[in-house]
Design a protein around this ligand. Structure first.
Ligand code: ZN
Ligand code: FE
Length: 239
């Protein structure tokens, strides 16, 4: 299995997960169709599934056009079936979905939206976190409560430390500036910021990150209780 990172719109990431034995692929959160189509044509892929983390336009924008072009199936959370365009396969919390080599378990992680899910490709140790966990940050709370977002992040914290995280946006540098402001003596964070800047200076994405790096550096994951988490989330909204 191989992951291709595709930059979309202003700062979105869509991802292709590719079975290299037969070139079949799934796309996670196609923000828009054309950059995905470019990749699919370039690598002669057989795009079979769209996996959506949530219903926001910058995560589902390519659904309709890609489905029409490739006759693929769209997958999402059962409780969001009215909001995810072109949905074909609905999954429940903690359900495992499998097709050939693609095998993933979904978790309901509300807070950013009420129907947000993440996809854990447990055989590859990969987690697609959408707009719930970012590198050094977390999503804004649009539809849920602080408690829901906090407990969704606690769930993500419980994955193995070497799990690779692929999130929905390139917000890492801005998030880093916020983290260091509130955690200025954190040496792991200082090191991570150096490596982030190096990647960005060379034109590379800062993704993937890992659970371990986020546990060490992400102040939202490091919040001990919902009270301190809520304060940071409010401060970040106005940062
Ligand atoms: Zn979103
Ligand atoms: Fe988004």
């Amino acid at each position: 299995m191989r992951i291709e990172i595709i930059k979309c719109l202003k700062d979105n990431f869509s991802y292709l997960i590719i079975d290299e034995q037969n070139n079949s692929a799934c796309v996670i959160d196609p923000s828009e169709a054309s950059p995905i189509i470019d990749h699919v044509e370039k690598f002669k892929l057989n795009l079979k599934f769209i996996l959506n983390t949530h219903h926001h336009f910058d995560h589902i924008g390519g659904n309709k056009e890609l489905k029409k072009k490739y006759n693929l199936k769209v997958i999402g959370f059962e409780k969001d079936k009215e909001r995810i365009p072109e949905i074909d396969i609905t999954l429940k919390d903690k359900e495992i979905w499998k097709s050939n080599k693609f095998e993933t378990k979904i978790y309901h992680i509300p807070g950013h939206t009420s129907g947000h899910i993440c996809y854990h490709f447990f055989n590859q140790n990969i987690l697609f976190t959408g707009d719930t966990l970012f590198s050094l940050g977390c999503g804004r709370i649009f539809e849920g409560t602080y408690e829901q977002m906090f407990s969704s992040l606690q769930l993500i914290k419980s994955f193995p430390e070497n799990t690779k995280i692929y999130c929905g946006h390139e917000y890492t540098l801005k998030n880093a500036e916020f983290c260091i402001k509130h955690d200025k003596d954190n040496s792991a964070l200082i090191e991570k910021i150096k490596s982030i800047k190096k990647k960005l200076d060379n034109g590379f994405p800062t993704i993937p990150t890992t659970i371990k790096e986020e546990l060490d550096c992400n102040i939202f994951l490091r919040s001990k209780d919902v009270g301190s988490f809520s304060k940071l989330r409010d401060l970040k909204d106005n940062f």
